[in-house]
Design a protein around this ligand. Structure first.
Ligand SMILES: *Cc1c(COP(=O)(O)O)cnc(C)c1O
Length: 430
């Protein structure tokens, strides 16, 4: 049940992401979700093209994830992690250590992606204190996105995240030009020049490089060349700077590899994961480090890592994450993501011909249409819902990242809706 009065209350009293309280765009009430379908209060069903922001990789209301939650709930839903541990946390961290790049051995469980980014940056600061140095700058890439809390925001693209609003409050870090050489392009060594120059110039102040490997997500849905990432790793080694890989969006198969770092065959010193970690069921994230980073932090004046959230290692979240990782380890995702990629290449890439389109790109289970004009959110969102699909565009980007279990016919419906949408000038502002 969702009444008119519920809708009115929502509009008057509830903030939604990046939405005006005064003049909000409409929000659609969802009352149930199953597989790749979302059910609205009025009974309409929408094919999900978003996986609830990269998270619901196995689809919604999955019986195995539900079962894992229910099983954990009969034991305990929560217990503090200070002074206690529990079987689900141990099972989860065992899997994370096993599945992530080999050098990563120590796991810090965090409540959300942004918190894991805060944690990873604090780890880098404490690492240098452990080595008797104070290093407080980070080198990152323009067009990046790392979350909305303050430390995370300080390494997001300065224009997208409106650093001008926070001048004087936000720490100022070092930004290299965003990579221009695309994933499928021939490698152009000059693409790395700006990064090379900046790391050389600033390395004595740099605690770490932080970046999204291969796919820059919310900052522009850009896929860059794996060679760029290889060079980053080489230069971090050469200049003795830590490398933090933010795989909160890319982790767990989305790009066609389990982790996007694998496209470049590199390992970071610190890895952030989140979003799909619980298969989209609950909020949970983690920062993993090498033994060397963990040991050095423990030698810092504080004697330990200075962080410990109230809900750290929440048993329900850990239990459902274990089951989601188990499903990934069973391996069906590789064929699912490959077949989504194949279909996106066959059916989405041809939209390149539309006059409104600047470029179309596909990597793994991600398809992106970049338009010349910014989309008219109000008009386009409504159009997609009228077509029975859930696609949430922003800026000049209309993109798909469906649950891995989506059926080919449903994916075709998503792609067709984008094709039709591109034909209406009213969907774009000029
Ligand atoms: C979404 C995202 C975050 C932030 O995660 P939240 O759970 O929203 O706090 C950080 N980094 C990347 C790359 C993301 O895509």
């Amino acid at each position: 049940m969702f009444t008119q009065s519920d809708a009115e209350f929502d509009r008057q009293h509830i903030w939604h992401p990046y939405t005006s309280m005064q003049d909000p765009l409409p929000c659609y009430p969802v009352v149930a979700a199953q597989g790749y379908l979302l059910q609205l209060a009025d009974g309409r069903e929408l094919v999900d093209g978003m996986s609830s922001w990269w998270a619901a990789i196995h689809g919604y209301n999955h019986p195995r994830l539900n079962q894992a939650l229910q099983q954990q709930m009969t034991q305990m839903s929560h217990v503090m992690f200070g002074g206690f541990t529990h079987p689900s946390a141990v099972a989860l961290c065992r899997k994370l250590v096993e599945m992530t790049p080999a050098a990563l051995e120590c796991v810090f469980l965090a409540d959300s992606g942004s918190v894991s980014v805060e944690v990873s940056m604090k780890m880098a600061l404490q690492y240098w204190l452990g080595r008797g140095e104070t290093r407080q700058k980070f080198l990152t890439l323009k067009r990046g996105y790392h979350g909305d809390t303050f430390a995370a925001m300080s390494v997001c693209d300065p224009d997208n995240s409106m650093h001008s609003l926070w001048r004087g409050y936000l720490p100022e870090h070092v930004f290299a030009a965003a990579p221009e050489c695309g994933f499928d392009d021939e490698w152009n060594a000059h693409d790395f020049d700006d990064f090379a120059r900046l790391i050389k110039q600033h390395h004595q102040q740099l605690a770490a490089v932080i970046l999204e490997p291969v796919v820059q997500g919310a900052g522009g849905m850009r896929f860059y060349h794996p060679r760029y990432l290889q060079r980053v790793r080489e230069y971090c080694d050469r200049y003795g700077v830590l490398l933090i890989a933010d795989e909160i969006a890319t982790g767990f198969g989305r790009t066609g590899k389990l982790f996007a770092c694998q496209h470049a065959g590199i390992e970071p010193d610190i890895l952030c994961v989140g979003k799909a970690l619980t298969g989209g069921t609950m909020t949970l994230a983690a920062a993993l480090t090498t033994r060397e980073v963990a040991d050095t932090i423990s030698r810092s004046p504080a004697g330990c890592f200075m962080h410990g959230p109230t809900f750290m290692g929440n048993p329900l979240a850990c239990a459902v994450a274990v089951e989601s990782l188990r499903m990934l380890q069973e391996g069906a995702w590789t064929a699912q993501v490959a077949s989504i990629e194949h279909q996106l290449r066959e059916q989405l890439l041809p939209l390149q011909a539309a006059s409104q389109v600047k470029s179309v790109r596909v990597l793994g289970a991600i398809g992106v249409v970049e338009t010349h004009q910014p989309v008219n959110m109000a008009a386009l969102q409504q159009f997609f819902v009228s077509q029975g699909v859930w696609i949430r565009p922003f800026g000049r980007l209309i993109y798909l990242m469906p649950p891995y279990i989506i059926a080919p016919a449903a994916l075709e419906k998503l792609i067709q809706a984008i094709g039709v949408a591109l034909e209406h000038p009213s969907h774009f502002t000029s």
